[in-house]
Design a binder for this molecule. Structure first.
Ligand SMILES: CC(C)(COP(=O)(O)OP(=O)(O)OC[C@H]1O[C@@H](n2cnc3c(N)ncnc32)[C@H](O)[C@@H]1OP(=O)(O)O)[C@@H](O)C(=O)NCCC(=O)NCCS
Length: 456
């Protein structure tokens, strides 16, 4: 029986570097080797990097990278652990499959952070697909993270059905908005600060600083790699279409910058009063900054529609416009998380109410399987421990897979929804089943919906 561990704090550079330099998983390496494939890590500063990057671009049906793009990407890839699968019989000097990962911080309910293995750049060449290569890489990366003591993994996906089989769940939805500006009608606050246009270099300076101040507030947010900030700001020298970007900052009455919005305008040549604005990134440290930046965007002249994506499902913006039907909102899966260490993960987040739950967790990869006791107190903190063989506790019992437990982890998916969908079973300790479910759902709930403002 394991005892409860203290909740995690921040991730240090030593741990990040150790994970980057750590070995590939031996089980996956030997499985791939039986198919004649070589699974190995790639150094960012090695000659193999260019081939690795070209394979990633091809995997996502993108064009071949230029020497300038390779150089810019190499300069910005130092934070990642890169792995490739090579086929010695291939006539090309590039891997037939790729994966990247890095150790970063994920915000969980209660403004807490947990170390999490972010996974990205998963590709398998069309010549080698559907032979278990992606499975070997995903399982391999999860086992490598587990061996390094990392309690969580996370990713965003090109296709929804890919990752549930490895225990990942869409725990944070992303909302896309299309707002008819003429119809919306601003009824929100009119803050006293000012909006000013700023250069892209200024955007690049401000975004990471402001994001660092706010990311702990929203479950689902993660540390954003510098390469992403270059993308939003348009400061990657190899990026295309940076000239389209416009950026403004909001300064409060005291003159302190509290928010930034980056956007692009697409003209409508048939009607110059009906341009479309795409919001690339909007970051607000205060409610005033949020209101002022959205108002600015919704009141731009010659604009008929504003588009924005990767918003949360509970945007205050909906309550700042007179006609809610001016906003066409669509919601879909966005942030996927996967619990690796159940005790550490569940002790790090906070809970919606007090209660005692037994969680009977299954996991086809064996990583998180077990029976756990979660005791949440009035303040929303929980003690969690593994239950011993044959140990019985008279408490509400939730029987679920690691995918379903991961779905609830950021507080954005209710246990009641999963129960109604037949994905979890809740039995009472002397309670009617519906009372037991209500209790368990309340404990695992959270008051703020998750949000993740990037793809990775
Ligand atoms: C998606 C991709 C990585 C799959 O690679 P692969 O080596 O063919 O996958 P595997 O053979 O290891 O298949 C693993 C499992 O996923 C399933 N699967 C693979 N591709 C799938 C797809 N597109 N849709 C649904 N299921 C899929 C397989 O059926 C298999 O299921 P099982 O192991 O539970 O029986 C590959 O097709 C690819 O590179 N696609 C383009 C890039 C991309 O979308 N990458 C994902 C980024 S998030």
């Amino acid at each position: 029986m394991s005892t409860s561990r203290a909740a995690y704090g921040r991730v240090g550079e030593t741990e990040r570097a150790a994970f980057r330099a750590g070995p590939v998983d031996e089980e996956s390496a030997s499985r791939l080797a039986t198919n004649g494939l070589d699974y190995r890590r790639i150094a960012v500063d090695s000659d193999e990097y260019a081939g690795w990057l070209q394979s990633v671009a091809r995997g996502f049906q993108d064009g071949e990278r230029t020497a300038e793009q390779i150089a810019a990407a190499r300069e910005r890839s130092g934070y990642r652990r890169l792995t490739g699968v090579f086929d010695p019989q291939s006539p090309m000097d590039a891997p037939v499959a790729t994966i990247a990962s890095w150790l970063g911080e994920l915000t969980v309910p209660g403004e807490a952070m947990i170390p999490s293995c972010a996974i990205s750049a998963v590709t398998v060449a069309p010549t080698h697909r559907r032979k278990g290569v992606a499975r070997a890489m995903l399982e391999g990366e999860l086992r490598a993270a587990q061996a390094a003591g990392i309690p969580m993994a996370m990713l965003t996906v090109s296709e929804s059905p890919l990752y549930g089989r490895y225990g990942f769940a869409p725990a944070g939805a992303g909302a896309s908005w299309r707002i008819e500006t003429k119809r919306a009608g601003w009824i929100g606050p009119q803050p006293a600060g000012r909006i000013d246009f700023i250069s892209r270099e200024r955007v690049r300076e401000l975004l990471p600083v402001l994001h660092e101040r706010v990311r702990h507030r929203r479950p689902g947010e993660i540390e954003v790699p510098g390469s992403h900030w270059d993308g939003f700001a348009g400061t990657n020298p190899a990026a295309e279409k940076t000239a389209d970007k416009r950026a403004v900052q909001y300064s409060d009455a005291a003159g302190d910058v509290r928010g930034v919005a980056v956007y692009a305008v697409r003209e409508n040549h048939d009607d110059f009063t009906k341009a479309t604005v795409s919001v690339h990134y909007l970051l607000a440290e205060t409610d005033d900054a949020y209101a002022a930046l959205w108002r600015f965007l919704l009141e731009l002249d010659l604009v008929a529609e504003v588009h924005a994506a990767e918003l949360s499902v509970d945007e205050p913006l909906l309550w700042m416009i007179a006609d809610q039907r001016a906003a066409n909102v669509s919601v879909r899966d966005h942030q996927y998380v996967r619990i690796i260490d159940v005790v550490a993960a569940l002790e790090t987040r906070r809970y919606g109410g007090p209660g005692v739950l037994v969680l009977d967790v299954s996991d086809s990869l064996g990583i998180a399987a077990g029976r756990y006791l979660l005791e949440a107190d009035e303040a929303g903190a929980a003690r969690v421990r593994s239950l011993g063989e044959g140990e019985t506790i008279d408490a509400v019992t939730v029987t679920l897979g690691v995918t379903e437990l991961s779905a609830t982890y950021l507080g954005g998916v209710s246990l009641a929804t999963l129960a109604a969908a037949g994905r979890v079973t809740v039995t009472g300790a002397g309670d009617a089943a519906s009372d037991a479910l209500a209790k368990a759902a309340r404990v695992l709930s959270w008051h703020t919906a998750p949000r993740l403002s990037i793809w990775y």
